[in-house]
Design a protein around this ligand. Structure first.
Ligand SMILES: *Cc1c(COP(=O)(O)O)cnc(C)c1O
Length: 373
């Protein structure tokens, strides 16, 4: 172990590629694959993950903003990249020069983008985002908004200097169990298909129609259309075991200090834990500034080579304590797994009242990523 690394995240790009192939194998022939690599590839390292996806044959990448796209282009990633969020019109030149695809979520933005592109004498490639029930980004099309929504999309697509390559929507509950979630997802999909067909009957042809996030890839394979858009599946979660996906990140630290604390002493800020016995306490150099949620304080265990060690007292910014009284073989410099192999990120996230996504992308930039294969 390199002891300069107080805490580190081991990343397996082989497992990312394995997951990519497992997802791909479940898709209909000819369906394209867009890998979502926003938020530094859910904490796994956007450049490294994108390089691996590019060499494995993925068709498209998606990021949330221009800066994330620029990072990939600067690293030499040449494949198509879709920006899912907003880009201010001042950056249309950069979008075009870097050959990026911009999402368009309303007619006013289409007009702004088109004007900028026209002033450069260039064309901006766009994907139209349709709001079918997520109530986040996109042209409103539900209920009484249908006719106006179609008119606005058609107007956006007809702007000179815009190339409407694609159209997409996003599901709100495709990963939730139950009949209500299923009905909602089917309604979103039905509306999306209706919107696409109404826009196409006005003479506009989209080359790529896409809507399936991870939940839909697993639960609604009929929504694959021309391309799927999974994120969390690539990183090994969200398939309920059905695709046999592998986790790709293992967050590791080590025991930096061990001391014996008398019975009846409060531990860490606020004294929220009081020792009931003489305690062999380990200090591990990981805290909430590394992405370990403070809300997990006194409510989780971390995994030693000899089994789980209960966490004690408030988690601090840079460190926290674990009880090694029952684990006498665990010593200074013993390795500690926060999550990854013997404790899943999903299980630890659940203890914090959140989801694997948040735990993975919270691992902070202070934590070096170590590519292990
Ligand atoms: C984040 C995101 C995805 C990927 O979601 P997962 O649940 O990780 O598959 C797909 N599409 C859009 C628009 C997103 O914002």
């Amino acid at each position: 172990m390199d002891l300069r690394k107080r805490t580190w995240a081991e990343i397996s790009l082989d497992n990312i590629e394995y997951n990519y192939r497992a997802i791909r194998a479940a898709l209909p022939d000819g369906c394209k694959f867009l890998g979502v690599v926003k938020a530094d590839a859910y904490g796994h390292g956007a450049v490294e993950v994108s390089r691996r996806l590019e060499s494995a044959g993925a068709d498209y990448l998606a990021v949330s903003c221009l800066d994330e796209a620029v990072e990939l282009r600067e690293a030499g990633i040449g494949m198509p990249i879709l920006i899912l969020g907003h880009t201010p019109r001042e950056y249309v030149r950069e979008l075009i020069e870097r050959d990026l695809t911009q999402t368009v979520t309303c007619e006013a933005k289409a007009i702004e983008y088109a004007r900028e592109a026209a002033s450069l004498g260039k064309t901006l490639r766009i994907h139209i985002k349709v709001d079918t029930g997520m109530s986040r980004l996109g042209f409103l099309t539900a209920g009484g908004h249908f006719e106006q929504g179609i008119a606005n999309i058609v107007s956006a697509c007809r702007q000179r200097n815009l190339d409407p390559e694609g159209v997409y929507t996003h599901f709100a509950v495709s990963d939730e169990p139950g009949a209500e979630a299923e009905a909602y997802t089917r309604e979103q999909f039905g509306l999306f298909m209706k919107v696409v067909s109404a826009v196409e009957s006005a003479g506009i042809r989209f080359r790529i129609r896409h809507c399936a996030n991870s939940g839909a890839v697993v639960n609604y394979p009929e929504t694959a259309l021309d391309m799927v858009r999974p994120g969390i599946l690539l990183y090994g979660f969200g398939d309920g075991g059905r695709l046999g996906l592998r986790p790709c990140m293992r967050l590791m630290t080590h025991v930096s200090t061990i001391k014996y604390i008398d019975a009846g002493l409060p531990v860490s800020y606020g004294g929220t834990f009081v020792t009931a016995r003489r305690t062999r306490m380990g200090v591990i150099p990981i805290g909430y500034a590394d992405g370990l949620f403070r809300s997990l304080s006194n409510n989780c265990s971390f995994i030693t080579e000899k089994g789980p060690a209960p966490q004690r007292g408030r988690i601090c910014m840079d460190m926290c304590m674990i009880d090694l009284t029952e684990l006498p073989e665990v010593n200074l410099e013993s390795l500690i797994e926060i999550f990854g192999r013997r404790q899943s990120a999903e299980a630890l996230a659940a203890r914090a009242g959140t989801i694997s996504y948040e735990l993975l992308c919270s691992v902070s930039k202070r934590v070096p990523r170590v590519y292990v294969d």
